[in-house]
Design a protein around this ligand. Structure first.
Ligand code: IDC
Length: 328
């Protein structure tokens, strides 16, 4: 009898845990100890009002290189690379994209994001959930999906002080600021219906370069919103910095959620000289920045050498020339 009791107790515990795990998907998860961020003027600050500059790396597409979303990798990013943020690039349209793949694929990707958020939290990293539009050009193409997705993310992570929402990577194909703004109003509203304070990043026209357009007509009525500026130092230089400077002067908070020092294709020669100019600029304005991309793909914007098989705990010799430059 006693033996059976134990068995039943064991079975009901198991049942309870399984039900809990299923239910958990729709409820907020335990809050992190990482200080919450907010936006004050053009600047990211912590609770005490001290300026904060985030520095880190972006994953490649979560469908392409899932193997780098692991605890060891995120600890290395924090401890060995001295970074404090990681960006999870969720492509919407390319290769098993969130919006072009099937329901099973969406589940897999959401699970990967969740793992990424938890690994980041454990490693003490901020984490950007990046709705990586690219060939879909206009964020309104998948607006319904974006609203649904971000509502879900914001309910899940409303108590996670390390989570940052990036609602559209790089609008392009002539998508105007007014179109992006229409999209942003809907998605920001959806996020705010669940998460009142989390920092939100909004992409700008022309591959997140025309910050001047956003500066002329920023979103009204919401706090903790920033606008993204992307650059690749092999292609973009002083002209783009000028544009950024005038946007800042108009009071627009900027965040560099993606950059590289190759050309804009993510390939070609590295321009370290221009890259250094950019870093000086970012330091001067305390603008946060995130380098593209955490993979060993054979392209100059990959942080790891093609021959590197390690998915965490990297040595200096595992880094590509760009990886070495960035980590230093
Ligand atoms: C590139 C990747 C490349 C991949 C391609 C998909 O580096 O391996 O095949 O996307 O289309 C961006 C984009 C980013 C690009 C990157 C380099 O945000 O997705 O990644 N880039 O082209 N904007 C400017 C450059």
């Amino acid at each position: 009898m006693r033996k059976y009791c134990g068995k039943y107790l064991y079975l009901s515990c198991l049942l309870f845990l399984t039900a809990g795990a299923l239910f958990w998907g729709s409820t907020p998860v335990h809050a992190a100890k990482i200080p919450a961020l907010k936006v004050k003027g053009t600047q990211l600050v912590n609770g005490k009002g001290t300026k904060v500059q985030l520095k880190g790396v972006s994953t490649h597409g979560l469908s392409w290189f899932p193997e780098y979303v692991n605890q060891k990798a995120f600890h290395s990013i924090k401890k060995d690379w001295n970074a404090n943020v990681v960006r999870l690039a969720l492509y919407t349209s390319e290769y098993n994209g969130y919006c072009t793949g099937d329901a099973k694929n969406r589940k897999v990707l959401e699970r990967r994001i969740d793992q990424g958020v938890q690994y980041a939290k454990k490693a003490g990293l901020y984490v950007i959930i990046d709705w990586h539009i690219l060939s879909d050009g206009n964020p309104r193409t998948y607006e319904k999906q974006a609203v649904r997705f971000f509502k879900k993310m914001a309910s899940r992570y409303q108590n996670h002080t390390n989570v940052i929402y990036e609602i559209c990577n790089e609008p392009n194909g002539g998508t105007s600021w007014s179109i992006i703004k229409t999209y942003a109003k809907k998605v920001v509203k959806a996020i705010r219906s669940r998460d009142k304070n989390g920092v939100i990043l909004i992409g700008t026209p022309n591959w997140s370069q025309d910050v001047d357009a956003a500066a002329a007509s920023p979103l009204k009525g919401y706090k903790n919103v920033m606008y993204t500026l992307h650059f690749y130092a092999g292609t973009h230089g002083a002209d783009l910095r000028k544009k950024a400077e005038s946007a800042l002067a108009q009071g627009l908070p900027l965040f560099v959620s993606e950059f590289g020092i190759s050309d804009a294709s993510g390939n070609g020669a590295l321009n370290k000289k221009e890259g250094n100019q950019w870093l000086k600029f970012l330091k001067r304005h305390k603008i946060s920045y995130v380098g593209w991309n955490l993979s060993n793909k054979n392209e100059s914007s990959a942080l790891l050498k093609p021959s590197c098989k390690r998915t965490g705990g990297w040595k200096r010799s595992d880094l590509s020339p760009w990886g070495k430059w960035l980590v230093k």
